[in-house]
Write a protein that binds this ligand. Structure first.
Ligand code: GDP
Length: 473
């Protein structure tokens, strides 16, 4: 007879494959199963009237009261996993891969090899001034399972003289995809079911097969990305390095990764069925891969291979390279785990940081739980007070400036008056001087006229006298 826990939230063990793994790794976040709504988000609380903390509290109270009952017969909810599978199959899946590696490292070839198809790609030049991310989305179908696959390429990576900030464009791209998802989640009318999720689920980091170790650009970039994305380092073009060199190279890479505390993606080992193989595969990272778009006849089969004058490297031959291991781990076994770790760990971290930057928190100053609405109200009040404070400040500044201007103007006015008085006085003195001058001139003129008249009179009398004398003769 089946037993059931009444009123319990859906258990991770009843979700579709892998859902439980991510949950137990996360610890504190409730299971999302692989359905499209995520209870881990405060914006996805089951009832619109219920706040996240209230909801959690209710859940805990409910769990305290849970009793285990025995069913009297078959009810039918054991078909839940099948319902989930049917629903997920119908809506299809998305998977997004980011390929980071220098130009010509074999990124496009490996993608073609992985999905056994031919994706569109043009060889990138080595002359780009900056790193650009280019994404292409494809609809694939295998049996009745639809997969929306996005492949993102880092064009121009490692081609610049100054490689110091080659990671910036990549970090920005990853954050932008998280932000787009968060914006959709925060919308009043959101449609996460129809939303094309472009968050990166797997980041394949192509290591140059130098045999020496990691370059500083590799270390810096992986370190910057390890908390944002599932980083899977792989040794590219592994056919260019000998077997013994490869073993040493792998060890050196892992030592450097550990020494720099870079958290690369680990295949999950908490599911008993996969624990052994995944533990084994974790020990073989970084996979040394070979890609090829050419097919060669081996026996009676056409296989992907690279042909050399001395022999053939078969891509899918485990004696030749780790390609099949990578495909097995990336696509066949752990795809859902990577999708889940992306949502539960990397996206949660991004979302937490953003919400905290915006001032939201699950607990108040007294360490007591606060609801989203309380925080919102408090923030609004703080914002209003801040606005009021700024307004007062501006008003005071305005009054002060007006006063300053008034004093300034008064001083200018005073200066002008003083100047005016001086000019007026000077003008009056000048006028007085001119009038005196004029008077003197007029006096001189009158004197001159008078003397002129006298002289004229004298001259006349002298003439008259002279004329009188000559008559007498
Ligand atoms: P991308 O610029 O990183 O996308 O590199 P491509 O996929 O365009 O490959 C660049 C060149 O490397 C091509 O000539 C490929 O044939 C070659 N190539 C790709 N994968 C391998 C490999 O595994 N081994 C070797 N030796 N050459 C490869």
């Amino acid at each position: 007879m089946a037993s059931v826990a009444v009123d319990r939230p859906p258990s991770p063990s009843t979700s579709s494959s892998g859902a439980g793994d991510g949950m137990s790794r996360e610890g504190s976040v409730p299971s999302s199963a692989s359905v499209k709504s995520f209870p881990g988000s405060p914006f996805a609380a089951p009832s619109p009237d219920l706040h996240l903390t209230d909801w959690y509290r209710t859940q805990h109270q409910v769990e305290d009261k849970v009793r285990t009952l025995k069913l009297g017969g078959h009810v039918g909810f054991d078909s839940l996993p099948d319902q989930l599978v049917a629903k997920s199959t119908q809506s299809g899946f998305t998977f997004n891969i980011l390929c980071i590696g220098e130009t010509g490292m074999g990124k496009s070839t490996l993608m073609d090899t992985l999905f056994n198809t031919s994706f569109e790609s043009n060889p990138a030049p080595h002359t780009l001034p900056a790193v650009k991310l280019k994404s292409h989305t494809y609809e694939l179908q295998e049996s009745n399972v639809k997969l929306k696959l996005t492949i993102v390429d880092t064009v121009g990576y490692g081609d610049q003289i100054n490689k110091g900030d080659s990671f910036t464009a990549i970090v920005d791209y990853i954050d932008k995809q998280f932000d787009d998802y968060l914006q959709e989640e925060l919308k009043i009318k959101r449609s996460l079911n129809a939303y094309h999720d472009t968050r990166i689920h797997a980041c394949l980091y192509f290591i140059c097969p130098t045999g020496h170790g990691l370059k500083s650009i590799d270390l810096v970039c992986m370190k910057k990305l390890d908390s944002k994305v599932n980083v899977i380092p792989i040794i590219a073009k592994a056919d260019t390095i000998s077997k013994t060199e490869l073993t040493r190279f792998k060890q050196r890479i892992m030592q450097e990764i550990k020494a720099n505390s870079i958290q690369i993606y680990q295949f999950p080992t908490d599911d008993d069925t996969m624990a052994k193989i995944n533990t084994d595969m974790n020990g073989q990272i970084p996979f040394a891969v070979v890609g090829s778009t050419d097919f060669v006849r081996v026996g009676n089969k056409m296989v992907r291979a690279r042909q050399y004058p001395w022999g053939t490297v078969q891509v899918e031959n485990e004696m030749h390279c780790d390609f099949t291991k990578l495909r097995e781990m990336l696509i066949r076994t752990n795809m859902e785990d990577m999708r889940e770790v992306t949502h539960m760990r990397h996206y949660e971290l991004y979302r937490k940081k953003i919400l905290e930057t915006m001032g939201f928190s699950d607990v108040g100053q007294d360490n007591q739980p606060v609801s989203f609405q309380q925080t919102f109200e408090q923030k609004r009040e703080e914002h209003r007070e801040e606005l009021q404070r700024k307004e007062n400040e501006m008003r005071q500044t305005f009054v002060l400036r007006v006063k300053e201007k008034e004093t300034e103007l008064k001083e200018v006015e005073k200066e002008l008056y003083t100047k005016y008085d001086t000019l007026k006085r000077e003008h009056a003195e000048e006028k007085k001087r001119y009038e005196e001058l004029k008077k003197r001139l007029e006096d001189e003129k009158a004197e001159f006229q008078k003397r002129k008249h006298q002289i004229a009179t004298q001259t006349l009398s002298t003439h008259t006298l002279t004329l009188g004398k000559s008559k007498k003769k």
